[in-house]
Design a protein around this ligand. Structure first.
Ligand SMILES: *Cc1c(COP(=O)(O)O)cnc(C)c1O
Ligand SMILES: [Zn+2]
Length: 398
């Protein structure tokens, strides 16, 4: 095998496996590759000629036989420069990585593409996930593509359109009275009897590896030069773990050098366990009071690793209010970007850090717009004050 596990705590190496995620010491297992071998075919020049897909980095993904790849056209999303905003803030350079353009409208597609490819290579037929929404609809779509049976468990207050999306792709969809971990308990209790492969965050190795491609793309799209700061809306944290792995692998390949970007985790007030852990208070969130988004994960599977990554990169964690997020959605909309609450939270977080002087006016920053605004619109009662009938409009014309 060209890839295996290494424990992020004790560095012990073990063979790659479909279901393992923890070392005997309790540390999270990360996938490592024979980088010398990977670099033989995957050169910078060769990459230029490869398709616009995250699978252009196949040598750094844990699938041995490309026949098993389950793809719906994920990855290689645009990195959009926000020049007008740069001048206004001011900021050296500002980009937004348009992750909402992935299949199923969120970056969860990357993780599910790899997770289900790995699962298919290992002969899995039934897959289950607990999710605040986007992981479930991505699972549903990729399972449909792979011809697998999908089971989705979501908190009942999740965005209704995302639950509909799961049904659209044929997943057996269940709304659970509780939070994402309550939904996860159903899978843990039932997986032996039901034969489910659990693809919840850090329950298998594929999802974090899939999200690693965001870091690889960012480097390639910026000409193998990384920004000063990355602002990322954080829930379970597989994206941060994945991008950190990407940067370390690129550094080992000798493709990037210097300091890694300072990674910033943004969370919403009312459920900000990473913000609390960064200030020395650990343990799950006691009284959750925040919006049902991908950031609402009261008890992330490996908070310690997230804290270590943020500290190691010189990063930080910030919380922003639901009101700040709503205002930021409006700002991003006026920049032409459809941003979900999570995506907009990165804008709100950026504003906080500029205010504090934590990000300097000459720095280069990348925001991750992880999903679309539309997937979160309320079912009814949405007021559209700006929308009026043509008759009304004619009346008020001068
Ligand atoms: C899942 C999700 C997140 C959180 O991502 P993690 O990598 O699990 O921390 C952020 N935004 C959106 C839209 C999500 O669906
Ligand atoms: Zn270990």
């Amino acid at each position: 095998m060209d890839f295996w596990f290494r424990c992020c705590v004790c560095s012990a190496q073990t063979p790659f496996g479909l279901r393992e995620t923890k070392c005997a010491c309790g540390g999270t297992l990360l996938v490592e590759y024979d980088l010398e071998r990977a670099a033989r075919d995957m050169t910078k020049a060769a990459l230029r000629a490869r398709p616009a897909s995250m699978w252009r980095y196949a040598e750094l993904l844990p699938v041995s036989n490309p026949e098993f790849i389950v793809s719906l056209g994920e990855g290689w999303t645009p990195l959009l420069r926000l020049d007008a905003a740069e001048r206004a803030l001011p900021l050296g350079k500002l980009w937004v990585k348009r992750e909402e353009q992935n299949p199923t409208g969120s970056f969860k597609a990357r993780g599910m593409s790899v997770a289900l490819s790995v699962a298919r290579e290992h002969g899995v037929r039934k897959v289950a996930v607990n999710s605040n929404g986007n992981a479930a609809s991505a699972l549903a779509a990729y399972a449909a593509r792979a011809g697998m049976e999908a089971y989705a468990f979501l908190p009942k207050d999740c965005p209704w359109m995302i639950a509909e999306e799961c049904v659209h792709y044929g997943a057996r969809t269940t709304l659970v009275d509780g939070f994402i971990h309550d939904a996860g308990k159903i899978i843990l209790d039932g997986k032996a009897e039901q034969g489910w492969h659990h693809v919840g965050t850090l329950r298998e190795p594929g999802r974090a590896e899939g999200k690693k491609t965001m870091g690889l793309e960012l480097a390639e799209q910026l000409g193998w030069k990384l920004p000063d700061v990355i602002v990322y809306p954080t829930g379970g944290g597989s994206g941060i773990i994945g991008m950190w792995s990407a940067f370390r692998q690129l550094r080992e390949l000798g493709w990037i050098d210097g300091k890694l970007p300072r990674i910033v985790a943004v969370q919403e007030t009312g459920c900000a366990p990473i913000v609390r852990a960064m200030s020395g208070r650990s343990g799950p969130e006691a009284a959750v009071d925040s919006t049902p988004t991908g950031m609402r994960v009261p008890n992330p599977p490996d908070g310690q690793l997230l804290v270590r990554i943020l500290r190691e990169t010189g990063g930080t964690a910030v919380e922003v209010s639901a009101d700040d997020i709503r205002s930021a959605q409006t700002v991003m909309g006026k920049l032409g970007v459809s941003s979900s609450p999570e995506g907009a939270a990165t804008w709100a977080g950026l504003a906080v850090l500029l205010d504090r002087g934590w990000i300097g006016p000459d720095e280069e920053v990348v925001l991750f717009n992880t999903s679309h605004a539309m997937k979160y619109w309320p079912k009814d009662g949405r007021s559209l004050p700006e929308v009026r009938s043509y008759e009304d409009w004619k009346k008020i014309q001068p």
